[in-house]
Design a protein around this ligand. Sequence first.
Ligand code: PLP
Length: 564
Amino acid sequence: MKIAFGCDHGGFPLKEATIAALKTYPEVEVEDLGTFDRDPVDYSDYAIDVAEKIAEGAVERGVLICTTGIGMAIAANRFYGVRAALCEDAGDATKSRAHNDSNVLVLPCIHVKPEGVQAIVDAWMKTEYTGRTIDGMRHARRLAKLDTAKRLSELACLAGVDPEVHAAIRRHTEQEDATVNLIASENYTSRAVREATGSILTNKYSEGYPGRRWYGGCTHIDEVERLAIERAKQLFGAEHANVQPHCGASANMAVYLAALEPGDTILSMSLDQGGHLSHGSKFNISGKLYNIESYTVSKETETLDYEAIAAKAREVKPRLILAGASAYPRAIDFAKFREIADSVGAMLLVDMAHIAGLVAGGAHASPVPYADFVTSTTHKTLRGPRGGLILCKEKYAKAIDRAVFPGLQGGPLENVIAGKAVCFKEALQPEFAQYAAQIVANSKRLAAHLLTNGFRLVSGGTDNHLVLVDMAASGLNGKVAQEALDEAGIICNKNAIPYDTLPTSVTSGIRLGTASVTTRGLKEADMLKVAGWISKILANIGDTNLRKRIRGDVIDFMAQFQTP
Ligand code: PLP
């Protein structure tokens, strides 16, 4: 176990005895960060050095000493993941471990003598945290509350400067904690992603690309953007990555700009069948600049009919075929799309915005080997900051980069690019593959329970992170269902289903996704509970009391699952 040690001149008289006491444990490796003599120093420097090591995960624990211990404890406890306990005797040390899982022992030199140190260190080293036992559950509950406070402490300055905005964010934080989020396009980013995204990199203008900027002072910006690019290429096995698009829609526009002339034909899935606005909706610039032809899902199976798509491609001869959707619950066969594109000499764009996290984690086949261009958002299943990404073959790299800047955008959002770099690093870890597999397992289990409870699902089930429920088949509509579930704290969105006869402001369906709840740690068994609530509420749509009761159950249940 690595333990970082720090003291000031006031704590120096206790230093030797404390390090000697720690070294009686053969597993302990002490990293001595000073001070090394009695010359006056600032306690905060040593507390910060030790606490930073813990926050960064470089050491597991720390020990700090100053005259009273108070300054050291205050300073160390400002850091993420630090639980510094000021202990005068072995009893304090025992409780700090058992109840508070303390990872920094703070000793007050005025109360602790060198001959008393070993007993305190022994108590602190030997006592286990009890929060993971049935008896100690109350301690775990109390520590978990500090995690919510940690999220709010990210906004400590904002509270003073702009109480109105702070209060709204605080209320949204409480909403996140107390609801079941089934919005298929959302997720909870890690704190590390939020820190990068909220960082001072927002201050910098950096038009251009690494090594080729229009502004000075971009050395470190270049480091960040290069990391994001290299990680994106590694994560998806791509030849080229552009990490600058501000969002998924602008990533798609950049591909059109790079690959097409105005008036060229794009063959894509229409919005009402599960496609996205930026795939050629007449309300979007994509539908105004290009000639859009649409393919649909089969009326019978509600899945992609590749023969019909091939026939449509032969008929309309597109310059670009677009695969990918916002509300398609089944796996997409990218090899088939490639074949179809080749058969008519078209380029292939895959918009994997919804499934990028599944692709990264190996829970959905990758489009990268097949597509000329792959676009994505970095939020949704990929769990990064809100933003866009383009991957392409090397031969298109220059055209794509030129289309993003200066074609469509000015200065990139380097703080968001830093968040993307962190997201890609997280997605490269082996745990992310488990996460992706769990998203799909949860989605399949949710679908199975809903089917058992009598709902009709579009295509009969799911292969990915989302389930599309036909509310019209249950005598309801998407709007009514969304609003009723919302009252109970189950958040989802109304969604058109293929061949929907209701207007888009109402729709016949709801879309349920499992990426967010999986981040919070819900597993297959928990889907029974979630499906049960949904089924009860929708089967008793007039019963507002039932919704109120379930709202209470949702709050209690979700309190067990931390939001990052
Ligand atoms: N592409 C698909 C398939 C999407 O589902 C979405 C958003 O939901 C987008 C693109 C657009 O992403 P953004 O909202 O970041 O522009």
